[in-house]
Write a protein that binds this ligand. Sequence first.
Ligand SMILES: Cc1ncc(COP(=O)(O)O)c(C=O)c1O
Length: 401
Amino acid sequence: MSQHDETPKAVEERDRAFLVPTYDRRDFHPREGKGARLYDAEGREYWDLLGGIAVNVLGYRHPRLVKVLREASTSLFHVSNLFYHPAQAEIAERLVRGSGLSRVFLCNSGTEANEAAIKFARLATGGRTEAVALHQSFHGRTLGALSLTGNEPYRAPFAPLMPGVTFVGPNDAAALEAAVTGKTAAVFLEPVMGEGGIIQLSDDYLRAARRIADAKGALLVFDEIQCGLGRLGHLFAFQKSGVVPDMVTLAKGLGGGLPLGAVVTGPAIEGAVKPGQHGTTFGGNPVACRLGLAVLDEIESPKLLAKVRATGEWFGAKARALQARVPAIVDVRGAGMMWGLELDRPAGPVACELLAAGFVVGTARERVVRLLPPYIVPKKALDGFLVALERVLGAAHEKAA
Ligand SMILES: Cc1ncc(COP(=O)(O)O)c(C=O)c1O
């Protein structure tokens, strides 16, 4: 028996014995996928409404991605960044044309994209070192990105972090205005805060952030790692509000499931970054870039973005109708393929029951059920989820009564 065929129990035992225990894993063993469906080691079928935490935007075994990967398998798997590879400039051009910004730095992950944005902001503001970010934000786990992450339990064990970061509450323009000073290099915002529980920053607030950053000579950086790349029905989340940032960070779905991150930089960064000031061995891997180009081809087809918007509106209306009937749902927030259903109870056990009912969902903060489905998810999967959620919440209610 190959290790690949091991039973779930054997996999868990080896995992526990040999991996650093950084994850509190759920008892779930996905092994195959097709479209928006996942199949576990026992062949049980699930609707995947989490999409690998916003990575699998086209679902599983998408024919275009499979074809690209097959073709790439006979090509170079890695090319050093000391040399040229056409796929890097092609994907950079696509992101520049899609955003209206100027250039792209390619890396491997979200946290790395934010690290690069921190360094670029320092270079572009003449050595300013401070930053402003939001309470409940999430920007990554490396020390720079963690310094911008407004979540104390993630930060506390690693103090001291990067100094000079001030946190303010989401959607509070007056607090932002007070926090940004002549020493601020950049304001970091997620247009929709994912880990924070699907909190949308209002268009007014984003406009105020642009105005405040401009007035103080600071840069405005949008972390669109979770909410960008079509998830809100626009290629870039900022295109929904019309507020143009100086930099956008991307990762998650960009590499079609392989690691690929990016910082898209605007005119304020032009000329600020010189050769040798930043770099990565793997960033812009040619296979990941080729997959990324295929992902962008699919997302940029107007049909898919229109489907994301329409399905999002349909789902929002249905979820709010359920909220009106089920008191355990205290709020429904989101758009497109990014939703949070805030409950009156911890979301973790509810997510486990939904898994047992055949729906893979995420959570955020303590009480939010978080959905980040592949964009190709059919309505019947979302419909089925709402029925299952009502049953799970109703059953819990009956148990308590
Ligand atoms: C908004 C946001 N920024 C940054 C990150 C970090 O990305 P990565 O895990 O690829 O480092 C995440 C990951 O969930 C995220 O949601």
